[in-house]
Design a protein around this ligand. Structure first.
Ligand SMILES: *Cc1c(COP(=O)(O)O)cnc(C)c1O
Length: 401
């Protein structure tokens, strides 16, 4: 048995089998590269589903974390700490908003946005008690809690986890007519991913997000944008909504906000919306902790410079040029995405998405398949141009080109 097989066997024997990871056991990582327990190097074209936008062990982020580790790491929200106000102020400013509700994981932030929208609906919009509805899109991915999977359309995510939380209407993604028809006077929010990541990096039809913005404004409904995966530089802008000139009422953020070091998530909105809470109505032991705030403050400072967004846009053009060339060969049947983010549909003759991912792994490139035939490409935004080209050349090889 190889060292890798030994690690995999222990993990498989003692962890709940909720994942089917590639058989690679990572020991160290730096930038866009990871090294396994046997010393083999791999180019990371997944970047922790965009949690690693700034690369593995980014020096600025590690230094910010280390400095904070020596000072104070957790106070609970029972007390103030000296990073908290700055974190909320600067994150709100980055979003062009006023207030921040800090949480830890993405799913918690989505849950918090659902609670925020419902409370806003009752306290501000005047929806009768217990009647609030939230409109969501088919093929969404917003996390794994019982309420969130209640409005998933993925059988694997839902089956055997009921009873489900009511209060959600599911309409097809990209279909404005269906959304309009689903709205009633009790609709408090529309919750959408501006680009659907897990669904295969689905970009909605041009004009859809602005139309949703107009419709929600008209009806007095909150537009909640789940930018957990699409936000913070990935698409070449700070937020994916920006590509369509859209400003939602509420941003839900996570993943890259924690710099790949700690889980940091947040709901960001106006004072009218987040101001509906009173002490004791919501909370989190770890939400907004000093270590999380210190890392996130550095992430926000890095994003303020605009250099990561510019890099994602530039390298994204390069990525999509090459993927476009692969599509013209027919071995790739579809390419979607924006910036340094792509869903690539593999022709069945070239194998399943999983088989392509395994062959890429053997050549030193790590990607993740989704929905059978799609491979998702989302490298750290700090990836070198030559490294990106090298990784894409390996994909060409695996497709037999
Ligand atoms: C990853 C993700 C989530 C859930 O985040 P977790 O940190 O895994 O709970 C929610 N929404 C979107 C769009 C995501 O990509």
């Amino acid at each position: 048995m190889s060292i890798t097989d030994t690690f995999v066997a222990v993990a498989e024997a003692h962890s709940a089998p909720t994942y089917h990871p590639l058989p690679v056991v990572v020991a160290t990582a730096d930038g866009a590269w990871m090294t396994d327990v046997e010393g083999r190097r791999y180019l990371d074209l997944l970047a922790g589903y965009s949690a690693l936008n700034f690369g593995h062990c980014n020096r600025r982020l590690i230094e910010a974390a280390e400095a904070q580790l020596e000072r104070v790491t957790l106070t609970s929200r029972a007390f103030h700490h000296d990073r908290f106000g700055a974190f909320c102020e600067q994150l709100a400013a980055l979003c062009g908003m006023e207030m921040v509700l800090p949480m830890n994981t993405g799913a918690e932030a989505v849950e918090s946005a659902v609670k925020t929208a419902r409370k806003w609906g009752y306290r501000v919009k005047g929806v009768p008690a217990g009647r609030a509805k939230i409109v969501v899109a088919g093929n969404n991915f917003h996390g794994r809690t019982t309420t969130i999977i209640s409005f998933s359309t993925d059988p694997a995510a839902r089956a055997d986890f009921g009873p489900y939380t009511p209060g959600f209407e599911i309409v097809p993604y990209g279909d404005l007519t269906a959304m309009r028809a689903a709205m009633t006077e009790n609709t408090v929010a529309v919750l959408l991913e501006p680009i659907q990541g897990e669904a295969g990096v689905l970009v909605p039809p041009a004009g859809y997000l602005p139309a949703v913005r107009e419709l929600t404004r008209e009806r007095g409904v909150l537009f909640v944008a789940d930018e957990i995966q699409s936000g913070l530089g990935r698409t070449g802008r700070t937020f994916a909504c920006e590509h369509e000139g859209v400003v939602p009422d509420v941003y839900v953020l996570g993943k890259a906000l924690g710099g790949g070091i700690v889980p940091v998530s947040a709901v960001v909105s106006s004072a009218e919306v987040l101001g509906v809470f009173r002490p004791g109505e919501h909370g989190s032991t770890f939400g907004g902790n000093p270590l999380a705030c210190a890392v996130a403050l550095e992430v926000i400072a890095m994003l303020r410079s605009g250099e990561y967004q510019a890099r994602a846009a530039e390298l994204g053009d390069r990525l999509h040029r090459e993927l476009g060339a692969l599509a013209r060969t027919g071995r790739v049947t579809g390419v979607r995405g924006r910036g340094l983010w792509a869903g690539v549909d593999i022709h069945p003759g070239c194998g399943t998405g999983r088989e392509v991912a395994e062959k890429l792994m053997d050549r030193g490139v790590l990607v993740k398949d989704t929905h059978g035939s799609t491979v998702r490409i989302a490298p750290p935004l700090v990836i070198g141009e030559e490294d990106l080209d090298w990784g894409l050349a390996r994909l060409r090889e695996v497709l037999g080109l």
